[in-house]
Design a protein around this ligand. Structure first.
Ligand SMILES: [Zn+2]
Length: 284
């Protein structure tokens, strides 16, 4: 409500609109699970019918969808194109069964981040939902879908020692590269990104870069501006609650201000909890 009624006039006046800011949408499941008891902001499912409408809205708003890699190239070259990046986390089977046919029908592409422990030659489950098999992943790659890493086991990285974080980043990248026969340079951070801990995010970015990654997609809300840190990419969470008006507002930048209260809340919580254990900062 605040987004629609308070910031929309600002967006229309150009106050919160960023020049060449790219919206990166963040999806998880595509299903009719209404997630009862979960507040609208935290829902992670989008019904197939709503998803199809959202994909039509992108086209109506003049957006061309591109993969993560293509978006980086377009921003580097400073090309003035109206692009959107559609990302999915977690490797659920409903991407293959429900989302991809809609993307294909409407001429869109997407990038999927895989937690590799749950992707196998046989069917596995994550969070009680079926995941894709490598065969399905390869079929999607052949159709232009880009894949990135989302760790091996989908842990809360912030709670792990650096040695284990290093392994999670390296092995997930390695396995996708082996299965698909192409370089993997994109990463999505599982769970809430600890943006308030600059020391952690800096070390994480350096570790990712050292392993050959070129970016890190986070849960921090907002659009990507040309000079943003590629290891701290903001995204726009989308679910079944995003009707045409709300999605259009998000695409125009109405949610860009949200990262400010987001970081304040996280800083306060981190201060109350005492933050990440200092001993785990040891890289050895
Ligand atoms: Zn995830």
């Amino acid at each position: 409500m605040v987004t629609l009624y308070l910031t929309r006039p600002l967006v229309e006046m150009g106050v919160v609109s960023g020049e060449r800011a790219v919206p990166v949408l963040m999806y998880h499941g595509i299903s009719d699970d209404h997630e009862p008891g979960v507040s609208p902001y935290y829902k992670t499912n989008t019904s197939p019918a709503v998803f199809e409408q959202q994909m039509r809205t992108l086209a109506e708003q003049g957006f061309r969808s591109v993969t993560v890699d293509e978006a980086a190239r377009i921003q580097q070259q400073n090309r003035a194109e109206k692009i959107v990046v559609i990302t999915f986390d977690d490797g659920f089977r409903d991407f293959y069964d429900l989302a991809f046919p809609i993307l294909k029908k409407l001429g869109h592409t997407a990038t999927m981040f895989l937690p590799t422990a749950y992707i196998s030659d046989s069917r596995r489950e994550f969070k009680g939902k079926e995941c894709m098999t490598w065969q399905e992943v390869r079929a999607l790659k052949a159709q232009g879908i880009q894949f990135g890493a989302h760790t091996v086991n989908h842990p809360k990285l912030y709670q792990l020692p650096w040695k284990e974080i290093e392994t999670e980043l390296a092995l997930s990248k390695e396995q996708i590269e082996q299965e698909l026969g192409e370089r993997v340079t994109s990463f999505a951070y599982p769970y809430a990104f600890p943006q308030e801990d600059r020391r952690f995010t800096k070390t994480l970015g350096e570790m990712l870069r050292g392993q050959g990654y070129r970016n890190c997609h986070t849960t921090v809300v907002g659009r990507v501006r040309p000079n943003d840190d590629p290891f701290f990419i903001k995204r726009l969470p989308v679910n079944s609650c995003d009707d045409q008006a709300l999605l259009a507002a998000k695409l125009k930048g109405a949610y860009d201000w949200l990262s400010i209260p987001q970081v304040c809340v996280r800083r306060t919580r981190a201060w109350a909890k005492g933050g990440r254990a200092q001993t785990s900062l040891n890289l050895a």
